[in-house]
Design a protein around this ligand. Structure first.
Ligand code: FAD
Ligand code: UDP
Length: 377
């Protein structure tokens, strides 16, 4: 008899397995239908011996010291600050060039052949910004800050490809993930802690789950073993609508197809990721892992992301009608005794890894404090 059956061995499931086993001495079985642990953060050596991320580039960054401290028990870190260039066509000439994204002082100066200062670029942006009465959508966020031309160049095409929706149909929180800057800071994130697990994510997960109270089974679906594994309580980190048999209809998720390649050259691009916002290019971005990992190798491995409606659910789609449907599932979840719903798919939240770790640690605190299930998330 297991105290807990945990469905999904990504961040949400693994953090809870580790906490329940080590802090409460409970017996845990953690399963995943994929043939490995780590969820979307899974990394492995490819045929060339280069460490790659099977489900796209995962860069760890957080402002939550508690989350960094917790994970530091299972890994050492390689300091890494992510930088991204966007490949766009210069307004007017149509010449292709790569400039920093998030948009910053250098982006504007290089794109328009200017030499503005910080104070000047602020006024330059303000003069182009469109007045928006209420910032509601992902279009409002950007046009309200930098105007329509830069919005169309950097955000409209990328977003339409990534989500198959116009930014005007998406909640503001989506493009608000990418700030606008007037200084020369060209880092993608400004969090206080930015680093990659020194030996990769999978090694970190292996250490988290290496506890005698934890049994791991990969390559098994919950449906196949639910009746064969006696357990008292369940933690579900898969899609919430799947748990309830899609009773109210399918919750929309967006997927990606990843094209992994190893090239016979030492480097492919100058930074970790190059974004391709143009709508006529079918992919959104290409990432080169050696920038992230610091690996020294005569060859290099890259991953290109092609947005897709089909495939594994990777992104909840933040827009009001989806939130309404999620709320119906959430009410069901709250009324389901002895099942805890945790993680990006189970709580239908566009969360980064650190936020999922934070959510799982908070859930553990509630379990430990004996808080009734209904107020869990
Ligand atoms: P998951 O990692 O999805 O784990 C859930 C697991 O449950 C899966 O492995 C799944 O196979 C399993 N499962 C589901 N249903 C069943 C079932 N019925 N039976 C058995 N197993 C089941 N975050 C960052 O902080 N930085 C980044 O740079 C970053 N980049 C990203 C890039 C991409 C392309 C994507 C898609 C996400 C990125 N993220 C990033 C977000 C990050 O992946 C998530 O925040 C995190 O992995 C979510 O963890 P989770 O445990 O909630 O879900
Ligand atoms: N985005 C964009 N152009 C860019 C980068 C981002 O339009 O060059 C928008 C797009 O809608 C994207 C969102 O901002 O989905 C969030 O970007 P982020 O890089 O955080 O996406 P993730 O890494 O989560 O896929």
């Amino acid at each position: 008899m297991f105290d807990w059956l945990i469905v999904g061995a990504g961040f949400a499931g693994s953090v809870l397995a580790e906490r329940l086993a080590s802090q409460r001495n409970e017996r845990v079985m953690i399963i995943d239908r994929r043939p490995h642990i780590g969820g979307n953060a899974y990394d492995h050596l490819d045929a060339a011996g280069l460490l790659i991320h099977r489900y796209g580039p995962h860069i760890f960054h957080t402002n939550a010291q508690q989350v960094a401290d917790y994970l530091s028990r299972f890994t050492s870190w390689r300091p890494y600050e992510h930088r991204v260039l966007a490949e766009v066509k210069r307004p007017g000439s149509g010449e292709t060039l790569r400039v920093p994204i998030p948009i910053n002082l250098d982006t504007i100066n290089r794109l328009y052949g200017l030499s503005l200062t910080e104070a000047e670029v602020e006024a330059w942006m303000a003069a182009r910004a469109e007045p928006v009465a209420e910032i509601r959508t992902s279009e409002d966020v950007v046009v309200g800050k930098v105007g329509r031309e830069l919005y169309e160049l950097f955000f409209r095409g990328y977003t339409r490809k990534q989500w198959a929706l116009d930014p005007s149909e998406l909640d503001r929180s989506v493009t608000a993930r990418v700030p606008t800057r007037t200084n020369r800071d060209d880092r993608y994130f400004t969090d206080s802690f930015q680093a990659m697990p020194a030996e990769g994510y999978t090694k970190m997960f292996e250490r988290m789950l290496a506890h005698p109270n934890i049994t791991i089974r990969t390559g098994v679906d919950y449906r196949a073993i639910r009746d064969q594994v006696p357990h008292r309580k369940l933690i579900w980190t898969g899609p919430v609508d799947e748990y309830f048999g899609f009773r109210f209809g399918k919750l929309p998720y967006r997927s990606l197809r990843f094209e992994h390649q190893t090239l016979d050259q030492e480097w492919h691009q100058p930074v970790g990721t190059v974004n391709y916002p143009a709508e006529d290019v079918p992919y959104t971005r290409t990432s080169e892992y050696k920038h992230l990992t610091g690996q020294v190798h005569p060859r290099t491995s890259i991953t290109t992301e092609y947005p897709s409606a089909e495939g594994d659910p990777y992104y909840p789609i933040p827009r009001p009608e989806n939130q309404v449907l999620y709320k119906r599932y959430e009410a069901l979840a709250d009324a389901t005794q002895d099942v805890w719903f945790v993680g990006r798919l189970a709580t239908y939240r566009y969360y980064n890894m650190d936020q999922i770790v934070g959510q799982a640690l908070a859930t553990f605190q509630r379990i430990a404090a004996g808080v009734p299930r209904a107020s869990a998330v």
